[in-house]
Ligand binder design. Sequence first.
Ligand SMILES: Cc1cc2nc3c(=O)[nH]c(=O)nc-3n(C[C@H](O)[C@H](O)[C@H](O)COP(=O)(O)O)c2cc1C
Length: 181
Amino acid sequence: MGNILILYDSATGNTARMATHVAEGAAAIPGHEVRLRSVDEATRVDVMWCDGLAVGTPTNLGLTSWKMKRFWDELSHDIWGQVDGKIACAFSSSGGWGGGAELACTATLIMLMNFGFLVFGVTDYVGKKFTLHYGAVTAREPRADEEIAACRRLGRRLAEWVAVFVDGRKELHPGPLRERG
Ligand SMILES: Cc1cc2nc3c(=O)[nH]c(=O)nc-3n(C[C@H](O)[C@H](O)[C@H](O)COP(=O)(O)O)c2cc1C
């Protein structure tokens, strides 16, 4: 079945906490192997191994953290052209709401698109006025129920897409296409 990598950078632990919830969400779909790796320990092998990837970054000046950017910069000549078609998404912790976490998600998705990853957002609402269109976002650590739910939903959706598009388990399609059979 599918291999799922949750890769994150975290200077003070907030994105790391999000990552554990993303991993919990991914684990809710049976049959996959889920790996949780910090950017300090992850290698090319982890990236090549995965079918689905969630990348978490602290929002730094509205963008992806320098460590996460460096990871992909340094890997680029080794993996570019070899990871096309893997499924990917993003999540980010910022200092405050409105601090640019969605921009950091989109910056991360743009970086992944450059490698040929198939990136996605999520249309679901996980609480009142709370969604994750560009990836899961929190201010500081995920604490409120809907913040934790957003992280879990992102991981779950990643695992669902891997099940559908990599494993061919069409019955796990979460969206309206499923109704069409
Ligand atoms: C260099 C730097 C730049 C930052 N830039 C932003 C920013 O643009 N917007 C924001 O809301 N928070 C910003 N922050 C705060 C972090 O995004 C925030 O503290 C986050 O929760 C840290 O996540 P971590 O614990 O995973 O490192 C910045 C922090 C640092 C160190």
